[in-house]
Every structure is written in C-alpha cells, then in structure tokens.
Design a protein. Sequence first.
Length: 479
Amino acid sequence: MKPTPSQKAVGKYFITAIALFLLQIVLGGITAHYSVEGQDFYGIPLAKILPYSLTRTWHTQLAVFWIATIWLGTGLYIATSLSKHEPKYQRLGVNVLWVVLVFIVFGSMAGEWFAIQQYFNLDTSFLIGHQGMEYIDLGRVWQILLFIGLLVWLALVTAAIYPSLVKNSNDRPVILVLYSSCVAIGLFYGAGLLQGKHTNLAMAEYWRWWVVHLWVEGFFETFATSVIALMFVRLGLVRAKTANSAVVFTTIIFLTGGLLGTLHHLYFAGTPTSIVAWGAIFSALEVVPLALIGFEAVESYRYLKTTPWIHNYHWAIMFFVATAFWNLVGAGILGFLINPPISLYYIQGLNTTAAHAHGSFMGVYGMLGIGLMLICLRGISSKRKLWSEKLLKYVFWTLNLGLGAMLVFSLLPVGIVQFFAVINHGYWYARSPEVIHSELVQHLVWTRMPGDLLFSLGGIILALFLVKLIFQNKVADVR
C-alpha cells in the first residue's frame, strides 16, 4: 500500500520518540552516577542545576513519553493501513496532535524543573510543576492537556479505522480488540485525575496505579498483542485463527484479572496480605499471551526466513521476538520475584524493583515500540529499494546485550545485597547510606558502566539509522 499523507506525517512522531529516547539514556546515566559521587558528575557539581530528584523524574517520565509517542504514531499508521481509508483532514489532525504532544512533553519538564528548584509555591507546583506522584509527576494542567490529546488521538484512530470495524473479515475479532484497547488507552489515563492534592495517600496510590498498571501495563499490552497479531497475520507468519485466539485470551485475562493484578502494587497503602497475594498471581498471568504469540512467530519464522521479502522485516520481527523474551524474563520472572506478599515485605522498592522496571519497561514496551516503529517506517519510506537493515543488526544486539548486562552485573546484584541488609537489620537499613554508599554497592554500580555504554551505543546507532533513512528518502524525492 502506498503511504497516505497522514501516514507520512506520522514519521515525525518516530523522530521525536528517538530524540526523547536518547535524552532518557543521558538522564539515566547521570542518575545512576549520582549514587557514586552523590552531588557531582565526574567532579562537576551538576546537582545544583540537575538534582537527583529531577533527573530521576525526567528519566522515568521520558520512558513513558517516548514509548507512548511511538505507540500513538503506530495507532495512527495502522488504523489507516487496516481500512485503506484516509479521512478528510486526517493529516492536519496528525500534525496538530504532534505539536500538542511536543508542547506537553517539554512544558511539563520545564514545570518540573521550576518546581524542584522551588521557584513555585505548593499550589502552583501542583498545577504546572510537579505533583510528586511517580509516573504521573507532571503538573495537573499538563496532565489534563495530555488527557485531551489522547482523546484527540482516539478520534483520529476512530475516523481512520471505522471501515474495518464494520467489514466482515477473518481478522475482524483482532481489529475489534485493537480498537477497544485504543478506547481504553484514551480514557483510562483519566484515572490519574481522580486524586487531588489533598487526597488520602491510600486513595491517591490506588488511582495512580490504575494509570501505571492498567493504562501502561494493561491496555497498552492488549494494544500491543493486537497490533503484533495483525502484523504477523498480514506478513503470513501467524494464522488469523491463532491470532484471534491469542488476542481473545489476552482480553479475558485483562478483564478478569487486570483489576486484581493492580492490587499487588498497593502494599504500602495498608492493603491486606490476601488481597496483595491475589494481585500478585493475576499480575503474573498477564505476561502469558504476548509471550505465546511471540513463540508462535519464531516457529513460523523458521519456515519463512528463506523467502526474499521477509528479509525486509527481519529486524522488526526480531524486536518482537526480543519482546517475547523480555516479557518472560523482565516482566515475568523478575516481576514475580518481587510480587508475592512475602517478597513485597522484604524487597519492595529496592533495586530488585528497578531490575524488574528496566527489564519490563524497556525490554517489553521499549523493544516492542522499536519493532512497531520499524514496520511503520518501512511502509512510510517513499523509496523502499533504499531500505537497508545493516545498522539494525547492531541496534538490536547492543540494546539487548546492554540491557542484559545492566541487569545481571549491577541492578539485580545490588538488589540482592539490599535483601540481605533487610534480613539482618531491617528495611530502613537497606536504603540507608551505609548500604547504598558501601564499597560493595559502589563497585556494583561501576560494573553497570559497560552495559550502560553498550546500550547507549544502541540508541545512537538507532538515531543514525533514522537520520540516514530520512536523508536517503529526501535525496531520492529530489531526483
């Protein structure tokens, strides 16, 4: 299918996402280094300008922003691809939404800087600065604007995908689930607006985790499973019947266990142990569907890898395979390591949680986002003969090996050291300077450096791939 004007306009979403990704990598390195030098960055008193609380806020928030930007762009692209229908003013809507999203991202980051530097009073900080709630740190005004932006995105997706919703086809069940997840993504971010500045902490945590767990880990995963299933069906890697079964299975799990799965996050809100236990069990089940469809794709790919056209999607599919792997390891194993009540009692909020967060957020959602982006870029590219995946090989291995090294040599070992500190002295001691700045932990933080550098190199090569693709297409268009 020849790319439509609105699909070409989606390209700027991916450029923006990779720029945010690179910025997140830099901030992650600075944040990690603060645990070694405290207020300095290789002797430079950087914390005076970028304090730890700010770099950590930006690092976690940018993870949501760049991945969500790719997924929003993918939704706009795939909706038009499925229906082969270009609604009137769709390109204008895509461009306006991009401007709004960029304004929200950098506006909220500026507000957080002013808030943490205490240029705002508490009321102003809550409105346009920093709410103090992880993953929904941005001020309430920015939060409302983002919610409105998501509703605009939902309207654009609806206009584009509508013909596919009413048309009978073998993959219609998957399309219906995909659209339902788009509706949920647009609406459920609003749950973060249900807590205010003076809301009881237990209630505020409840609604916050609706955003972090149900919005990010729940409906985005349903969206991801549906999109991957549809792409694999169109590529001939998975049967439509198999895709339908996997996606319906996902939906059943989220409908019956999504809310319950959220409850394992509420340990510090005074939730009874039995409730936390049920939450841990159902949360662990959520990783099953996407992993299963990933294994199906790997099996099918073995039979089709000799087909010439499949090489054009080789590394995009490999990123989907990586998603299945990290879903099992990062989200599944490392997630269940900290989920059960007995684990929560000892290690919730330690570096074991950071290991799970990196393995699942980057490993699952980040790798998945890159795979989705590559599929879309392949379609957007005006001169597909110029498409070359040589750089993508290095992107894939540097990102995955770098992430793995980060977890194995630093984050998880530090979490284990903290676990023994909890056993011997208590939870408070595991987060004290005596442990965090101990010689062993300092050494383990430095062993993170090779993985960080390898991962950073992957981000740089990905940006080079994108720049090269843009330049080649522009030169080809001029000719």
